[in-house]
Design a protein around this ligand. Structure first.
Ligand SMILES: CC(C)(COP(=O)(O)OP(=O)(O)OC[C@H]1O[C@@H](n2cnc3c(N)ncnc32)[C@H](O)[C@@H]1OP(=O)(O)O)[C@@H](O)C(=O)NCCC(=O)NCCS
Length: 131
């Protein structure tokens, strides 16, 4: 799923889908990049929780790219894919896509690879048990 150019078709089903609202804008009225990154982190966190079967935390984000802007009212879909499981860590590639509410097709707006670490109840790294 990782690429230097945005993809032309999204993956089959999103991990999270939401709507970009006026409260998510920067002072210029465009959707704030930090909001989009937090949605990506939530989508990756969902995959991490399922993979780690419990608590986990983001330790790194690599290759963050903003290909296109997001506008207020856009439907934003987050696609998260597990790409590697280490001893305690998981690498999860995430793409965000936007679709104008009244249009059939959308376009890719961001991508990044998130690394999460499985945590024990004291907040220390714990091994991931693989099925
Ligand atoms: C997560 C945390 C407990 C890990 O601490 P640690 O025990 O010192 O971590 P380690 O150095 O043993 O690394 C744990 C795993 O992360 C990987 N890792 C560490 N730093 C990394 C980095 N910069 N990029 C990618 N992977 C990294 C290690 O390779 C290791 O993976 P593996 O076990 O699969 O081989 C600690 O870093 C932490 O609490 N960080 C803050 C997390 C947080 O609050 N996130 C939210 C941010 S707002």
């Amino acid at each position: 799923m990782s690429q230097t150019q945005p993809a032309t078709q999204p993956p089959p089903s999103p991990t999270i889908r939401t709507i970009a609202m006026p409260a998510d804008t920067n002072p210029a009225g465009d959707i704030f990049g930090g909001w989009l990154m937090s949605q990506m982190d939530l989508a990756a966190g969902s995959v991490a929780a399922l993979t780690a079967r419990g608590r986990s935390a983001t330790i790194a984000v690599e290759g963050m790219k903003f290909h296109r802007p997001v506008k207020v009212g856009d439907e934003v879909s987050l696609y998260a894919e597990l790409v590697h499981v280490g001893r305690t860590s998981m690498r999860i590639h995430v793409e965000a896509w936007r679709r104008e509410r009244d249009r059939d097709s959308g376009e890719q707006v961001t991508e990044a690879t998130f690394t999460f670490v499985a945590l024990d109840e004291d907040g220390a790294a714990r091994p991931i048990r693989q099925a």
